[in-house]
Design a protein around this ligand. Sequence first.
Ligand code: NAD
Length: 511
Amino acid sequence: MQRADAGELVRDLTATSADTARVIAPFTGDVLHELPLSSAQDVADATAAARVAQRSWWAAGFAHRRAVLLKAHDLMLERRELLLDAVQTETGKTRGQAFEEVFNSAGATRYNALAARRVLSGGARRAGIPLVLRTRVGYTPKGVVGVITPWNYPLSLAIMDIAPALAAGNGVVQKADNQGALSILAARRAFIDAGVPAALWGVVAGDGDTIGNAVVDAGDYVCFTGSTATGRKVAQRAAGRLIGASMELGGKNPMIVLDDVDPVKAAADAAYACFSAAGQLCVSMERIYVLRGVADRFIPAFAERVKSLKLGSAFDYTTDVGSLATAAQLARVTAHIDDAVGKGATVLAGGRARPDLGPYFVEPTVLTDVTSQMQCFAGETFGPLVAVTVVDSEDAAIDAANASDFGLNASVLSGSLSRGRRVAARLHAGSVNVNEGYRATFSSVDAPMGGVKQSGVGRRNGPEGLLRFVESRTIAEATGLLQLPRTGAEFAKLVPAMLLLLRILKAVRRR
Ligand code: NAD
């Protein structure tokens, strides 16, 4: 991506403060651009504009929104090279992993365009007293949704919240992370060119404590994706306003390798699941529990596979693992490696920074002998570091996998799908992949995605992801067939009939 493209894209930000942030391109360490930053007034202005635009967007109806969003889907695919360049330039990931973002964004846009009417049309429900009452449920959009997104998957994590919010008839004000703003603005252009009114989706940038807070304070609902620590603050702030919120937070995702796997295939699948986006993926694997029966074949195959991964910064499909995104990420990951090695962990692969490739490159690192004294044992590294532990049984693997404060994603590798499913059903996580690391669930946009325990509250994707963005309204009416009792005398007359009705309703199993 050229500087000229960046300069052109940032004009779409709502950002009038005099401040800028210097954004570094992770592949080179060069200044990518000076990102204009928003003020709290910009957030208020963007919200007010989105509020006005939302009225006609909602009034235009499902068919119009569906047509616009399907067009946005097509434009994203047409403009994929620009999107891939933007994602790679800002995050340092490989072309293949940037493509996963485009694939997922298109999938989420298509799904929500096509599913919104079915999920949100409302309709008749069982009335409390058949024939005497008639009951319907309808859904109305929340209004303006605040969306706060991180830098690691700037495109797909934004679209997985914004496409359903728009499909449900809302406006959006999004706070982009500084390191992901260009990717978001490039995708937003596709939506605007497809027919989304520009004011309907405002994008602001700036410091989390001021601009992030302003977004939470202005909207009618908030979607947050980021760390558990920040998510807790955002949830508390949203609770103070009594607005709803979905929280997509951190993980410490376990993979179980059962003893019936093909060790070479399992090693290749595990390597991708751990080191996609250099491990800077909320759903990538940081803990592997391998059954003793296969450990002496799986572990060497895994170490070999990881050593064979090609690191680099190419803007094509010739590399397997990219760079970390920022200097802060480099510091965090190297601190976890140094801490573990200093306390006795054994390095089976990687373990070193690679400044020869770029300022923030770190080798995919496989450790064994990781103990609870080490930072990477229970805390999220969010980088290319995985701890491999040998366990004696399936039960021991499940117990170890579940022994975490987090519960975002998990994976089971097995030679038998039914055995894999059985183990999957016992894992405490919002999503579990069998014979895949994360892509089986991540790409299944008709199914809910989210975390349990400290990994989040609420779900994106699927009908659940759409229903976040509406208020339900129940309208029930008296048909006039029978007057409900109002006085003691009327109750005395009707109570026996009403008791009989309750018994009949249960007998005929009417809900
Ligand atoms: P982060 O929490 O530091 O920042 C996320 C976003 O919140 C950024 O835009 C940031 O500017 C903003 N922010 C910071 N302070 C804020 C505040 N007080 N109020 C409002 N907004 C504020 O997270 P990060 O480092 O950008 O992302 C990495 C983390 O995100 C990891 O823990 C990862 O697991 C998690 N994550 C989770 C998912 C998921 O779907 N569950 C997806 C991606 C990343």
